[in-house]
Design a protein around this ligand. Structure first.
Ligand code: FAD
Length: 402
């Protein structure tokens, strides 16, 4: 049958090998191209909030932790315009959130595109999994391509303190206790899957020779963190997170297909839309893995609503913990990936539909940054699955030990 809630890839129709193939041949190439487009490469984020859990003892001295912000004229002009409109609305006491510029009305003009909600800050829109935005929050635009996620040298007690906070909020130790409900398990597996993905990228792109600036795979590190049978669960959680976000993306397809991907470069923007449509309509994706798991079964118990609120508040704490990460680049990717998870949770677990087959405009609204975060997260997870496949082969081959 289709994947069960446990998200165990092996008890579902999508076997590991099938997911691996699907990913390598159909999903990853499209995502790689997609994250290079102007629309998907700029992420709006605030990297300079204080850590709410302990006094800031930033250790951003590491060379590879630095993040370079965009030059002002690099930010897509339509986005800057929308930002200044949002800012002036705030000043006049109007809501800071700019609702869709034009409501979708497909009956009038089939070519009308959905204009994404644009909020002044950077967090999710109307998203119960996101913390409320502070109105005066500062943010900047970061070119993700210029700041790739890879080994940075951030480690040790400082990094562990942050992971400890994160896991303390995940309410689930990872040990398969029978009384742990499916919802908590899903929550834990998403976080652990993201952690595995970060480890996979560190192993894949490690600084092998600092003096000569040589980057490449570190197989021993891969073996220790992801490549031994003792930590098989971490890899399973990576697959789980990947299928979860893929499912959210497919569910949001009607919306994603209709978005006006507008960065002021019509040709490139047209290609962006085309790549998104290819991804969400890919027959390979739809047939190989139709229902990664049945999210409709979650939150149905009598404690459902309360449990949801509790997990949402834990998720807020995890988001806050990102401000304690002592490495700017890790913080950037950590924040992006958490917003991507929050967006996937919003899409999969909201009562509003995405317009699927209903003939109505989608009720669910997404903010530009949410779309950017979700698809960049999917690309990261997809690249990690491929890295685990490739590094496992190198590990088994043994020649790296010489
Ligand atoms: P860690 O990865 O720090 O893990 C700590 C403990 O968590 C482990 O001992 C284990 O008990 C448990 N654990 C490990 N993996 C999992 C898993 N998948 N599921 C469940 N439990 C697990 N470093 C970089 O070089 N580049 C980055 O981009 C980067 N981004 C980061 C983003 C965030 C948000 C954080 C908190 C850290 C980031 N780091 C990054 C640091 C990196 O994650 C590690 O902390 C560091 O490399 C030290 O690794 P470690 O082997 O000590 O174990």
């Amino acid at each position: 049958g289709p994947c069960q809630l446990s998200g165990n890839v092996h008890d579902c129709s999508c076997e590991y090998a099938a997911v691996e193939r699907l990913n390598k041949d159909a999903v990853l190439p499209l995502l790689r191209a997609l994250v290079r487009t102007p629309f998907f490469r700029y992420f709006k984020v605030n990297l300079y909030c204080d850590c709410p859990f302990w006094p800031d003892d930033g250790m951003c001295m590491l060379r590879d932790c630095g993040v370079c912000e965009c030059e002002p004229d690099e930010v897509p002009a339509p986005w800057k315009d929308a930002d200044s409109t949002a800012a002036s609305c705030e000043g006049s006491g109007s809501p800071s959130r700019l609702e869709a510029e034009s409501e979708v009305d497909r009956s009038v003009d089939a070519s009308t595109k959905v204009h994404l909600v644009n909020i002044h800050g950077w967090r999710g829109y109307n998203n119960p999994w996101c913390l409320e935005e502070e109105t005066d929050s500062e943010y900047s635009y970061i070119n993700l391509l210029a700041n790739p996620e890879r080994y940075t040298g951030y480690k040790g007690e400082h990094a562990h303190r942050v992971w400890n906070i994160i896991y303390s909020q995940s309410c689930f130790s990872g040990i398969a206790a029978p009384d742990v409900c499916a919802e908590r398990k899903v929550f834990y597996r998403l976080i652990s899957g993201m952690h595995s993905s970060i480890s996979a990228h560190i192993a894949q792109e490690y600084l092998l020779d600092e003096a000569r600036d040589v980057w490449g795979p570190n197989i021993a590190l891969f073996r220790d963190r992801l490549g031994n049978t003792g930590v098989r669960e971490r890899v399973e959680n990576l697959y789980f997170a990947y299928l979860f976000v893929l499912r959210a993306t497919l569910k949001a397809a009607p919306l994603l297909e209709d978005i006006a991907y507008d960065t002021g470069f019509p040709e490139e923007d047209a290609r962006t839309g085309e790549l998104v449509r290819k991804l969400v309509n890919s027959e390979a994706v739809q047939t190989a893995c139709p229902v990664p798991f049945d999210e409709g079964r979650l939150w149905k118990g009598k404690d459902g609503p309360q449990l949801k609120r509790q997990l949402q508040s834990h998720f807020h704490n995890i988001t806050s913990a990102m401000d304690c990460v002592g490495c700017e680049k890790c913080k950037l990717w950590g924040k992006l990936q958490l917003l991507g998870i929050a967006t996937s949770l919003k899409v999969l677990f909201s009562a509003e539909d995405c317009g699927m087959g209903s003939g109505h405009p989608p009720q669910l609204q997404l903010e530009r940054n949410e779309v950017i975060a979700m698809l960049n997260l999917l690309e990261r997870l997809s690249a990690s699955i491929e890295a685990v496949r490739a590094l496992s082969l190198q590990l088994a081959d043994g020649s790296w030990e010489q």
